[in-house]
Design a binder for this molecule. Structure first.
Ligand SMILES: *Cc1c(COP(=O)(O)O)cnc(C)c1O
Length: 423
């Protein structure tokens, strides 16, 4: 009985915290989907048009990836048995890493069970308490968590602000020179290439110049650019022409590549070092072999002609929806600029992005627009704090190559009606 009372007190405490979350319009819940991921998903017995996925090319349910996964299950089974250093490293991971390195044009690659694990493993291996890590203000939570866990001194520069970055680099340079007796402190700069919630691009060329000027290392998270940007779809680093100058290229296999897992690409030495030091790699059971096989098929697919066709379909949809969304976003926020796409010139190919944020502001308002859209058969998530800053809630709209032109029209028509009514 005593224990039972204690457990009740435990739940009461959590319930109070949940109530507080709810009051702020920040409560989240899972919505069960009874179909495969795709342009249409089934929720609560209804088919909804899906504008929420990062499966930009529609590969998550593509026959080529499914077949690769099935074959891997037949040959290598359902599970991996242990971590790769413990019970042997199954062939599908090696095929994946060979394919990844060739795709990215790097010496080597290492796969992780998720992108989150890749960030955590790499950053905590590379820097420690004597070092400095400098992050763009809007980087993904996986990088923030990794930076904190690493114990390195953490500094944040204003989003895409090169002056602010240089000020911090200068300061770091001065400090490390002053402490010349000790091991020379390392400085690691981390940015995303295409930002996950705003869709805008980092000025990678300028960031590379700066990190070289001050002798820092650079890690670029290409989660939303891999498979979409650059001549060989390697990502924004390729499109910007700086791939060879980025020490650590990170990304996920779970977005445009359609499968699941994360990766680090770079020099052979970097990869050997991570195999020895990345704790999220060493102390975690290897992903299911089917995930690695599906990812390999996804990488091959984006490089083939059919993949290129899907990519151009995607850009065509984005061209159509992007201008409308920017206009609506401006009308909702009174033309006030957010740290986003809104600030960049709308039609230049350079700034095209698969992520189209419709900035709403107030959390409850974003949730209510999202639920009106759902009643009309459109699934568009409301993104709120802590994923984005408070009072910067938004609908995060993503289109996929597998949407039809009518799907996209339906989206823009519904958005205009609802937004014009609300504002
Ligand atoms: C999704 C995402 C990750 C994490 O990748 P997962 O494979 O989903 O764990 C890391 N960085 C960014 C920018 C992302 O959007």
């Amino acid at each position: 009985m005593v224990i039972c009372g204690r457990l009740n007190a435990f739940d009461d405490d959590l319930q109070q915290r949940l109530d507080a979350i709810r009051e702020q319009g920040l409560y989240r819940e899972l919505r069960r989907v009874d179909s495969a991921q795709g342009p249409r998903i089934e929720i609560a017995g209804r088919m909804l048009l899906n504008f929420s996925s990062n499966d930009y090319l529609g590969l998550a349910n593509h026959p080529a990836l499914k077949e690769a996964a099935l074959k891997a299950v037949e040959k290598f089974g359902a599970g991996a048995g242990a971590s790769r250093l413990i019970c042997g490293s199954l062939a599908p991971y090696h095929e994946l890493e060979g394919t990844l390195a060739a795709f990215k044009g790097t010496e080597a690659a290492l796969s992780f069970s998720t992108g989150y694990a890749a960030a955590l493993g790499a950053i905590t291996a590379l820097v420690g308490k004597d070092d400095l890590i400098i992050l763009d203000k809007l980087v993904h939570a996986s990088i923030v968590d990794a930076a904190r866990l690493s114990g390195a001194k953490l500094r944040v520069f204003d989003h895409n602000d090169l002056n602010d970055l240089e000020t911090i680099l200068k300061w770091a340079d001065k400090i490390s020179k002053a402490e010349s007796g000790k091991r020379k402190a390392k400085t690691l700069v981390v940015t995303e290439s295409v930002f996950s919630m705003d869709g805008d691009h980092a000025p990678l060329g300028e960031i590379v110049t700066l990190k070289e000027k001050y002798g820092a290392w650079l890690m670029v998270d290409e989660a939303h650019a891999t498979g979409l940007f650059g001549e060989n779809r390697r990502g924004l680093s390729e499109a910007t022409g700086v791939s060879d100058r980025v020490e650590i290229q990170m990304g996920t296999l779970g977005k445009a590549l359609g499968a699941s897992g994360g990766y680090i690409c770079g020099s052979r030495t970097l990869i050997d070092f991570l195999v020895n030091r990345a704790r999220s790699f060493i102390f975690s059971t290897a992903p299911v072999p089917a995930a690695a096989a599906a990812a390999t098929a996804g990488i091959q697919f984006v490089q083939c002609g059919e993949g290129e066709k899907l990519r151009s379909l995607l850009w065509r949809h984005i061209d159509r929806v992007g201008a409308d969304v920017r206009r609506l976003s401006n009308s909702l926020t009174g033309g006030q600029k957010s740290q986003s796409l809104l600030t960049s010139s709308p039609t230049s190919k350079e700034n095209l992005s698969p992520i189209l944020p419709l900035i709403v502001g107030e959390e409850t308002k974003a949730v209510s627009i999202s639920s009106v859209l759902r009643e009309r058969g459109l699934f568009v998530p409301a993104i709120r704090y802590p994923t984005v800053a408070r009072s910067a809630a938004r609908l995060r709209i993503t289109v996929a190559a597998t949407h039809t032109a009518e799907d996209v029209l339906q989206l823009t028509a519904a958005l205009s009606q609802i937004v014009n009514r609300k504002s």
